[in-house]
Design a protein around this ligand. Structure first.
Ligand code: FES
Length: 131
């Protein structure tokens, strides 16, 4: 993969702990609206999603319940949590529903789906580096 990296300071505290490294993953136009795509990045299997609301998310491709590598084929949706609309993905096997922003499971007592920060800059998607 490209070695080009960008640094974005999320809050202006000046501490290294609050600075995240991002790496390019793909052009946003390569993701179809309403679907997920699987991605192998530095040995990690990931799922990238582009929602109908034109928001982008990155998660593990592994279902946290079973470990099956299926999340990129999950069913996108949304729901209301505490009065806020949140994007969701349902695992295609047993239909457990996970928030795409936090990874928490909304309909079962399941472990959270690992999520990764993703941002779009001028049509390029950048993902927080996996350490
Ligand atoms: S395999 Fe994902 S919820 Fe069962």
């Amino acid at each position: 993969m490209s070695t080009q990296l960008i640094e974005e300071t999320l809050e202006e505290t000046g501490t290294l702990e609050e600075t995240l490294s991002f790496a390019p993953v793909c052009r946003s136009e390569e993701l179809e609206t309403g679907w997920g795509e699987a991605l192998l990045l530095d040995g990690a299997q990931l799922a990238l999603f582009r929602t109908e609301a034109e928001n982008f998310y990155a998660t593990s491709h592994h279902c946290p319940t079973s470990g099956a590598k299926v999340m990129a084929r999950g069913i996108l949706g949304d729901t209301i949590v505490d009065g806020q609309a949140v994007a969701t993905v349902a695992c295609p096997l047993h239909k457990e529903v996970y928030r795409l922003d936090t990874g928490s499971c909304l309909n079962a007592d399941s472990p959270a789906l690992p999520v990764h920060k993703l941002m779009e800059v001028e049509g390029q998607l950048w993902m927080e580096q996996i350490k």
